[in-house]
Ligand binder design. Structure first.
Ligand code: NAD
Length: 370
């Protein structure tokens, strides 16, 4: 059996609490001989600053580069507001993304039937929703140069951000999205603003060319990003995989996130280039939520986003889609039984702690394994 090398970076606030439930699941999988993991743990964010005065040490970074996948909790909190900008907790996450060259951000939005009532949209619009937003993460307007604010000397200032994409950047993110579509419902929607932006014209052209050349079997649609946003809240089930740039992806993935109810439910993955020799790729998995200082240390955090992030690692880094499916089923079953952490509270549900939710999910996994 393959041994999967996993670096765990719990971070701050509720990070260690929700990571604890992943450790419980890993322990169970190991003990049952279902999968084998070699895990190491490191500090990141405020916890790393407290110990070493940096948001991530070079030694931890080296471990991240060696691991098959990195599992990240959350960083930050008011305690570290006064620390210098370069070593603020978030800098640790940004360094990981940069040094691992993670250019593809995957954000699934899944609405478990038991939670359809928690969405701000009508239950019939979101029930059973299962879409995936693929956002380009290392290019576009957040990084393009020039990026300046200039004093014009007449009481006015001018701010410039530059939206820039090269063909190769669009090709590689398109391939990630087409590959995902092939493993799902075989449909990809590409979103840009070709009506007003040159980068949108090139994006559209390159995605179409990759489609024609390499993925003619996948259904490809193009939508303008603004009307795409509208469609996401009107009838999200029309989508399977959506691919878009860094800026539009930032916004559209947050819109999609809210379709599903709570921040505590949302996993994500960030992937790098595939190594041609080994066929593997650098990857970091993390919940979308932050360190939630308001509930940290109280056993109230929902561990599902963190557990589902581990599920994405099983699927995309460890080729264990079978186990990821079982984990999804176990989460759905626990929710269907009415168990909820406080963030999902609704009438008739039973409120449980972080640990009790994690335990219940492992128990369901046990039942699914007969
Ligand atoms: P947050 O996601 O931490 O919390 C927002 C709200 O959602 C809070 O009320 C919190 O209690 C709740 N919440 C979040 N996750 C939850 C969970 N798993 N279970 C139950 N409730 C949950 O966002 P914020 O309050 O804006 O930021 C808090 C800190 O986290 C800040 O320092 C911020 O910079 C940092 N942050 C870190 C990341 C990251 O590590 N990737 C992401 C976002 C924010």
């Amino acid at each position: 059996m393959t041994t999967h090398k996993l670096l765990l970076l719990p971070g701050d606030g509720i990070g260690p609490e929700v990571m604890g439930e992943v450790k419980r699941l890993i322990g169970w999988l190991d003990a049952q001989g279902i999968a084998r993991f070699e895990t190491e743990e490191g500090l990141v964010g405020g916890a790393s600053y407290d110990a070493d005065k940096v948001s991530i040490t070079d030694a931890t970074m080296a471990k991240a580069l060696e691991a098959d996948a990195v599992l990240f909790g959350a960083v930050g909190g008011p305690k570290w507001d006064p620390v210098p900008y370069e070593v603020r907790p978030e800098a640790g996450l940004l360094r990981l993304r940069k040094d691992l060259a993670l250019f593809a951000n995957l954000r699934p939005a899944i609405c478990y039937p038991a939670l359809a009532q928690s969405s701000s949209l009508k239950p019939e619009v979101v029930e059973g929703l299962d879409i995936m937003i693929v956002r380009e993460l290392t290019g576009g307007v957040y990084f393009g140069e020039p990026k300046t604010i200039t004093d014009l000397g007449n009481g006015q200032k001018r701010a410039i951000d530059t939206q820039v994409y090269d063909t190769y950047e669009i090709e590689r993110i398109a391939r990630v999205a087409f590959d995902l579509a092939r493993k799902r419902r075989n449909k990809l929607t590409s979103m840009e603003k070709r009506n007003v932006m040159k980068s949108g014209v090139l994006w559209n052209e390159v995605v179409s060319a990759v489609h024609q050349r390499e993925y003619p079997d996948v259904t490809l649609e193009h939508q303008l990003a603004d009307s795409g946003g509208m469609q996401l809240v009107r009838w999200p089930k029309q989508f399977d995989v959506i691919v878009t740039d860094n800026l539009f992806g930032d916004m559209l993935s947050d819109i999609a996130a809210m379709l599903t109810g709570s921040l505590g439910m949302l996993p994500s993955a960030s992937l790098g280039e595939t190594n041609a020799k080994t066929g593997t790729r650098k990857a970091l998995y993390e919940p979308v939520h932050g360190s939630a200082p308001d509930i940290a240390g109280q056993g109230k955090a929902n561990p599902i986003a963190m557990l589902a992030s581990f599920g994405m690692a099983l699927r995309y880094s460890f080729d264990r889609g079978d186990l990821a499916d079982k984990l999804d089923q176990a989460i759905a079953a626990v929710l269907a039984k009415g168990l909820r952490t406080a963030d999902l509270q609704s009438e008739g549900s039973t409120i449980v702690s972080t640990a009790a939710m994690g335990e219940a999910i492992v128990k369901e996994m046990q039942a699914l394994h007969g």
